[in-house]
Write a protein of this length. Structure first.
Length: 289
């Protein structure tokens, strides 16, 4: 654990190492809870409204009432950022069903618990993202929406973790998951984009992926830049023919992919990825500057 990490819990901010939750918390016992991850740059959050909106959506979807108002949470976030010893970092907002007796029934928990961690972040453990990462095509399929709506950012990430374990075993950096129909869905913690014939393409939400906040920013930036962009079903064949590929996420930001499965991508003559990376950084500076 990073010694600098802070945690807002029960209305106070303390070193994260000193923050505790009960072993009877249903977030821990059953993964019954939700979370959001967001970044701050230059002391300001990036896309806070979108993340809080998604938090509320996740809460509603699992019949969980947020224990504090969005305004209260916003103030807590501001206080955390102010006390964190760097003006750039990552925030993890977690809401659990709270402490209850053993047994899955959420009615056993009197009050949901909320805590927020501020920390540094390096989600992709690779030395130089600009070189690109290696993407493993996982055997583990993304859970269909009929089983667990991918828009719920729940505390149960085992589906994604199983895919990441496969990637780790294959000596690759990240896992790509297909849906049950064999269409490309998303990475274990990020969304995927490809470029083919000058067109930016990303899986449509109906293919069982989280509507990433970063994904939406990239689509917007592409449209602004006049780059044709499609949200559409993608097959493994599309990946095999892609000229460029990158992943997006709050943790990942925008990370180029240099290898998909066995295939190493050749550097294209005119690459869109660096252009979008540049525009993404400019958007951050504009928003948080
Ligand atoms: N898909 C999954 C499964 C994720 O966990 C994340 C990270 N929140 C993303 C996509 C990317 O979403 P965002 O850009 O909102 O961080």
């Amino acid at each position: 654990m990073n010694a600098k990490a802070l945690c807002w819990i029960n209305q106070v901010i303390k070193p994260a190492a000193e923050a505790t939750v009960s072993v009877f918390d249903h977030g821990l016992l059953y993964g019954d809870g939700i979370f959001e991850g967001l970044r701050f740059y230059h002391g300001r959050t990036f896309m806070l409204e979108a993340h809080l909106e998604r938090l509320e959506l996740s809460a509603r979807a699992i019949a969980l009432e947020l224990p504090y108002s969005v305004a209260h949470i916003t103030v807590a976030i501001e206080q955390l950022i102010e006390q964190f010893d760097s003006d750039t970092g990552y925030l993890r907002l977690v809401v659990t069903r709270g402490e209850g007796s053993l047994g899955i029934d959420p009615r056993k928990c009197a009050r949901p618990a909320l805590f927020i961690i501020a920390d540094e972040l390096s989600v992709m453990d690779i030395d130089d993202n600009s070189q690109g990462i290696k993407l493993h095509i996982a055997q583990t399929r993304r859970l269909p929406a009929q089983c667990l709506d991918p828009q719920i950012k729940s505390l149960n990430y085992l589906n994604n973790i199983l895919a990441r374990i496969e990637a780790n075993r294959a000596g690759m950096d990240e896992a790509l998951m297909l849906n049950l129909d064999g269409y490309v869905s998303e990475g274990s913690v990020d969304n995927i984009f490809i470029v083919s014939d000058g067109v930016l393409r990303t899986p449509r939400l109906g293919d069982g992926l989280l509507a990433g906040v970063t994904r939406a920013v990239i689509i917007d930036l592409a449209r602004q830049a006049g780059i044709p962009c499609e949200e559409t079903s993608l097959t493994l064949q599309d990946l095999a023919q892609a000229e460029e590929c990158f992943l997006t996420g709050t943790g990942a930001e925008l990370v180029p992919v240099k290898q998909i499965g066995e295939r190493v991508l050749a550097a294209p003559d005119i690459a869109l990825t660096p252009l979008l990376m540049q525009r993404f950084r400019a958007r951050i500076d504009e928003y948080c500057g």
